[in-house]
Write a protein that binds this ligand. Structure first.
Ligand code: GDP
Ligand code: MG
Length: 795
């Protein structure tokens, strides 16, 4: 009996819940579990929803939803009391009610022990052989496609369960093109098997997995029979079955259905999946179709999701994907919905957007994305014995080079180097123009305004502050221009793939690598780039360690100090500092990784085919990042810049030198106040003031120290050194200089980075925590550097 058919006041016991994963999960969470009693509070024939009472709660279900729940009614139980021999043996002295309850429980249990299993797979992968050997039938087996034209049912017992096995026609996909495909799809949705066995031909795994990805979209309970496993072994190929199963979220059982190997384990697994006894065995993954398609899928899921009735049968994600693919059958299903015109409009918009960005229609883009996913999963788990297999496509041939064991890294490094070079050399021109413009604007405004703090605020605070935001814009846009080309062409996926194993060792993801490397240029775009990392954990950890990547803004400080204090080997000192940053980043990743909860995101590195990027897509990505930088960060950075200016400007000491003003400003006062805290590191208050100014931007450390040091007016021996270098050498011990370099490398990144972290995580809390963490690490490491330095350079 079906729950929807019960009348008001009737009681029943739940046998099972049908439907796809997320729907079933929701009902189970509501209490619709096998063996639980449910009562109809109100079921009026034309009224929807129906009201039920379960485990003491009232819940209402749509009629469509209640149709997915199988129950045993009291009438059925009464009948079983007469016919079922198990129930004949009930003790005579039981009350009528108790007898009935026992009968209900028994029938529910018995019916729950029937599992409907469907075999789905490509033609000729061995489904019928599997069907025959498992069910003892003698269906016709043939080594050509099209032998099975409709569903055959077989019955057998396994592990205390009655299993109904259905052999479906072979299909390469679940599109609505051929009658077989439509038939299989209808069967999966209407006949609602409890578990689907996806039979995969192990000797032709790549093509077979395409159907698997579509089954995954449907969010069914799946077990994979990796059939013809004998052939895979015979060829000498290697497949990491466990890892592939993990990547797909499906348990995989190797089978040889010609002689029955692995069939027992296969059905043991089917039972485990049906009972959901092992949560580690399966998980529902979302195959990543790439940024743009995923946006479209979500956009379609929204209006589709308003219709609760449809959600019981179909996963909205599946509907959205199929509808984007212009699947006629799904279109017919959706066209009955009241808000169909919204859904249709949404699809038209999205199709146009995808066409414009990717230069292809959603349908083929989805196919490509699925193959990219399969390529990525197989590249990680599958090794064909024949190393010299013919390179068929252009993608294969390019891949043979760029993912080659020996040249992959050099190519990658050269490309990155080129991108950085271009970013900073080409970026220098617009940067200079912007600086020049901002300078002119400051002069112009300065000339118009009367002297006083208002003028200084406008010129040195606001205009200079805006300037400090704007100068980075060209860098960010140029960097993103190249990144977009790398992403859209498909190269980025390879880059992430080749470093993936390496990154896994520190608990990160291949996709974390690019942002980390970008951090050497500027932490801000690097942090903005972490958005492409799907896993929350990897993203947060990556965000947290990027500040340890020494950005270009810190370079002048290191150059100045290394030149002054380590004249014999400035390059070694510089390299050492950079390495220290990397090492601490790795250690931090390992530590922080323990504190952030794991998430079950797909770990597959998709490997899409290479494609010529379209100008429109590149421009859009580039501009989007530029806009994001301006919109989200400009205001906050501006406020902080003005605040720093304020601290350096007040209280006023008119008539005194600039250096005197700095010393007696709030910043100078704070610098002196924190001196005791920094003394163990060997810093004097002038160095501390430099650090405080560096909170605004690391570029300010040098210029601020220059101003403060100019104060005593002494002329130091200069030689090859600059005035500031000479002054530092005369007043700062070498060990303290080393500690200072370490501190500058590690402490609070800069306001722009801070704001970027807040924006990407959406929480000030994260940004503040990171602030504290970097300060702590900086202090400890600088202290260590100072102490060790003192041993090497006693003065
Ligand atoms: P279906 O089209 O998926 O129903 O596939 P069939 O069951 O008709 O099998 C196709 C061919 O593959 C037949 O010749 C089978 O004998 C053969 N076959 C099935 N399973 C295996 C297996 O595990 N190993 C090998 N080597 N051959 C198999
Ligand atoms: Mg067959």
């Amino acid at each position: 009996m079906i729950l929807a058919e019960l009348k008001t006041g009737q009681k029943a016991v739940i046998v099972r819940v049908h439907g796809h994963g997320s729907f079933r999960k929701r009902l189970i969470e509501m209490g619709f579990i096998q063996g639980k009693e449910v009562k109809v509070v109100l079921n009026a024939p034309l009224k929807d929803p129906i009201e039920y009472e379960i485990i003491g709660y009232k819940v209402s279900l749509r009629r469509e939803e209640a149709r997915q729940i199988e129950v045993v009614t009291e009438e059925e139980a009464r009948e079983a009391l007469i016919t079922d021999e198990h129930l004949q043996g009930l003790p005579e002295d039981l009350e009528e009610r108790e007898r009935l309850d026992k009968a209900l429980a028994h029938v529910a249990e018995e019916r729950g022990h029937v599992i409907r299993v469907a075999l789905v797979g490509n033609p000729n992968c061995g489904k019928t052989s599997l069907f025959n050997i498992a069910s003892g039938s003698h269906e016709h087996v043939g080594n050509y496609s099209g032998v099975t034209v409709d569903a055959k049912e077989g019955h057998f017992e396994h592990g205390g369960y009655k299993i109904t096995l259905v052999d479906l026609p072979g299909t390469y996909s679940l599109s609505a093109y051929s009658p077989e495909e439509l038939y299989v799809r209808k069967n999966l949705i209407e006949a609602m098997p409890d578990v689907v066995i996806n039979v995969v031909d192990a000797s032709n795994i790549e093509r077979n997995l395409y159907l698997t990805t579509q089954l995954i979209d449907m969010n069914l309970r799946i077990v994979m029979a990796l059939n013809m496993y004998d052939e895979l072994q015979h060829k000498g190929d290697k497949l990491d079955i466990k890892q592939l199963g993990y990547l797909l979220g499906i348990p995989i059982c190797p089978t040889v259905s010609r002689d029955g190997q692995g069939i027992k384990e296969l059905f043991d697994t089917v039972i485990k999946i049906y009972e959901q006894s092992d949560p580690k065995l399966a998980r529902h993954i979302h195959i990543n179709h790439g940024k743009e398609l995923e946006t479209s899928i979500r956009a379609l899921q929204r209006p589709i999701g308003y219709n609760r009735d449809i959600k019981s049968k179909y996963s909205t994600r599946y509907l959205a994907i199929k509808y984007l693919e212009t699947d006629k059958d799904i279109e017919a299903v959706l066209s009955k919905l009241p808000n169909y015109s919204d859904i249709a409009n949404e699809r038209a918009d999205e199709a146009e957007r995808i066409q414009g960005l990717l230069g292809t229609n959603p349908e083929s883009a989805i196919v490509d994305a699925k193959y990219a996913f399969i390529q990525g999963a197989l590249a990680e788990t599958y090794h064909q014995y024949q190393a010299e297999r013919p390179r068929r496509t252009l993608t294969d041939r390019i891949d043979a080079i760029v993912t080659n064991r020996w040249v992959a890294f050099p190519i990658f490094i050269v490309l990155l180097w080129f991108i950085f070079w271009a970013t900073f050399t080409i970026g220098q021109y617009p940067m200079d123009w912007i600086e020049w413009l901002v300078g002119k604007l400051g002069d112009g405004v300065g000339a118009l305004m009367p002297d006083g703090w208002v003028k200084d605020l406008v010129v040195d605070g606001i205009i200079a502050g805006v300037g400090s935001v704007l100068v980075f814009l060209p860098n960010i846009m140029i960097l993103y221009f190249f990144i977009s080309i790398m992403e859209d062409s498909g190269y980025m996926a390879r880059a992430a793939f080749i470093v993936d194993k390496l990154m896994h060792r520190i608990g990160l993801h291949g996709k974390s690598f690019i942002p980390m490397v970008m951090g050497f240029g500027c932490n801000v775009p690097a942090i903005m780039a972490t958005r492409s990392i799907e896993s929350r954990k990897s993203r947060l950890v990556t965000l947290a360690i990027i500040p340890f990547m020494s950005c270009a803004g810190r370079l002048p400080i290191f150059v100045l100090f290394a030149g002054a204090f380590f004249p014999g080997s400035p390059a070694t000192a510089l390299l050492g500092i950079y390495l220290l940053g990397v090492v601490l980043a790795i250690i931090s990743a390992l530590i922080l990784g323990r504190f952030i909860k794991d998430d079950d995101l797909p770990f597959v590195m998709e490997l899409p085919p290479y494609r010529m990027p379209t100008g429109k897509a590149i421009w859009r990505h580039t501009w989007e990042k530029g806009k994001q930088y301006l919109e989200k960060m400009a205001t906050t950075i501006l406020i902080f810049s003005v605040a720093i200016w304020f601290l350096g400007y007040f209280p006023r000491h008119t008539g005194e030198s600039a250096a005197y003003q700095q010393e007696h400003s709030f910043i100078g006062t704070i610098g002196k106040a924190v001196e005791p805290a920094m003394e163990p590191l060997g810093f004097n208050w002038k160095m501390d003031v430099g650090l405080l100014a560096g909170v605004g931007a690391k570029e300010l450390v040098i210029s601020t120290m220059g101003v403060v040091y100019a104060q005593d007016g002494k002329a130091y021996e200069e030689g090859d050194d600059t005035q500031l270098q000479a002054a530092l050498k005369a007043t700062v011990p070498t060990a303290a200089a080393l500690a200072y370099m370490v501190f500058v490398l590690l402490y609070f990144p800069c306001i722009a980075t801070f704001v970027a972290i807040k924006n990407e995580t959406g929480k000030w809390r994260w940004a503040l925590l990171l602030c504290l963490y970097t300060m702590l690490v900086a202090w400890i490491m600088a202290f260590a550097a100072y102490r060790i330095g003192r041993l090497v350079w006693p003065v």
